[in-house]
Write a protein that binds this ligand. Structure first.
Ligand SMILES: [Zn+2]
Length: 399
């Protein structure tokens, strides 16, 4: 039984299973039965920034059996103010967040299976990454990904614990297929408007992150380890002026294909423990010699054949970050690419998971555009928020 073996990995260097989780076991609503259920559970934490890092820590410390982490980004110094799993060394090494988080989490609890995915969550990658999970926790920072997650969860009968933070404010809701409305019905495209504020434009303070993560994590423990029902409210809080509002979540909207009458995915009663099965999502790492993660991280998960011509050079501006993510319909062999770029005069730095190439010609202020290249065919172009410019720069490389 994963996660509840009293002489297994939980015991290594950390006492017995019962001792390790004694304070949770003494908490009556969970008890020993709840603790064992947690050990059997699988969760996906989507996004490994501030919210995701906090959520991951709660899930791993509490002994959830399998914790999957998905994030497309790498650690930068500006993350360290609030993203509690990362340190200056992670930023110096430019480690992917999913990898850095997995390394840290493995030191916190070696009895939990931690599966990092260095990947953009999209309709191609999500099904394999989320296959078989009991719960999806929202640690993302943008509406399109949240809506994708909500759609997937409502199609597949998986609870989706939404959370979002900006400035000193946050909101969270537990969205349950067959019971509540889906996120698409609750926010529509409102959050995705061009003027929507994000952490990158409006800033954020870490207590607001922790407040929202705590609400999400408490709901996760209730769902995974007890028969208690989830909170059926939309909770929003402003910690600076201390205002908290709670409103009842509406039921599914009749005509919605995700939460309406036509949706077949419903959750009736408490969570059922799924039987154990082998992972459908074998970790893979396309960079020779990669090491150091708790397990080899899955890089991308997008096979070439999954790309359609229309997705070639797909570019998305990351709001407020002066960065564009460009997706190419090909994967990269990083050691080869490293040699090519150096021959062309780029200043290249690398780690086992990505390459950073600085353009040889800085502007009059000495600033050069930079590209951070992942093996799955993604390039983060820093120094521009113009998608067309980013495409041109990627084309210049003749990749
Ligand atoms: Zn809906």
């Amino acid at each position: 039984m994963r996660g509840s073996n009293e002489t297994g990995p939980h015991a290594a260097g950390s006492g017995s299973w019962r001792e390790r989780y004694s304070r949770q076991i003494r908490f009556a609503p969970l008890g020993e039965r709840g603790q064992r259920q947690l050990g059997e559970a699988r969760v996906l934490i989507a996004g490994c920034g501030a919210l995701g890092a906090s959520l991951a820590q709660h899930m791993v410390r509490s002994g959830v059996g399998e914790v999957r982490l998905a994030d497309r980004d790498y650690v930068e110094p500006s993350n360290l103010q609030r993203q509690t799993l990362f340190d200056e060394e992670d930023a110096r090494l430019m480690l992917p967040k999913a990898v850095a988080a997995a390394q840290r989490l493995a030191r916190i609890n070696s009895g939990v299976k931690i599966v990092p995915h260095v990947a953009d969550l999209n309709r191609h990658t999500l099904p394999a990454i989320a296959e078989g999970v009991d719960l999806v926790l929202d640690g993302t920072d943008n509406a399109p990904t949240r809506l994708l997650l909500s759609d997937y969860c409502f199609r597949n009968g998986i609870p989706f614990l939404y959370g979002g933070v900006t400035g000193a404010s946050g909101m969270t809701a537990s969205l349950l297929p067959g019971s509540t409305a889906c996120l698409r019905c609750l926010i529509g495209d409102e959050e995705g408007g061009a003027d929507a504020e994000t952490c990158d434009t409006a800033g954020v303070i870490s207590p607001a992150v922790e407040f929202v993560a705590s609400q999400q994590a408490a709901e996760a423990l209730k769902w995974l380890g007890s028969d208690a029902g989830l909170r059926r409210t939309w909770l929003s809080a402003d910690l600076w002026n201390f205002r908290i509002r709670e409103s009842q979540l509406p039921p599914g909207r009749h005509s919605c294909p995700f939460c309406g009458e036509s949706s077949a995915a419903r959750i009736d009663g408490p969570r059922q423990i799924k039987s154990d099965r082998s992972d459908v999502n074998q970790p893979k790492n396309e960079f020779d010699g990669a090491s150091g993660a708790a397990e080899n991280p899955s890089i991308g998960g997008e096979a070439d054949s999954e790309f359609e011509p229309s997705t070639l050079l797909e570019a998305v501006t990351l709001c407020g970050r002066d960065t564009v993510q460009v997706k190419l319909g090909t994967s990269f062999h990083l050691p080869e690419l490293h040699n090519v770029l150096e021959r062309r005069g780029f200043a290249v730095t690398k780690n086992p998971y990505l390459l950073r190439a600085e353009f040889p010609d800085p502007d009059e202020n000495g600033n050069a555009e930079k590209m951070v290249i992942f093996p799955d065919g993604r390039i983060l172009v820093h120094g521009t928020s113009d998608a067309e410019r980013a495409r041109q720069l990627c084309n210049l490389l003749s990749l």
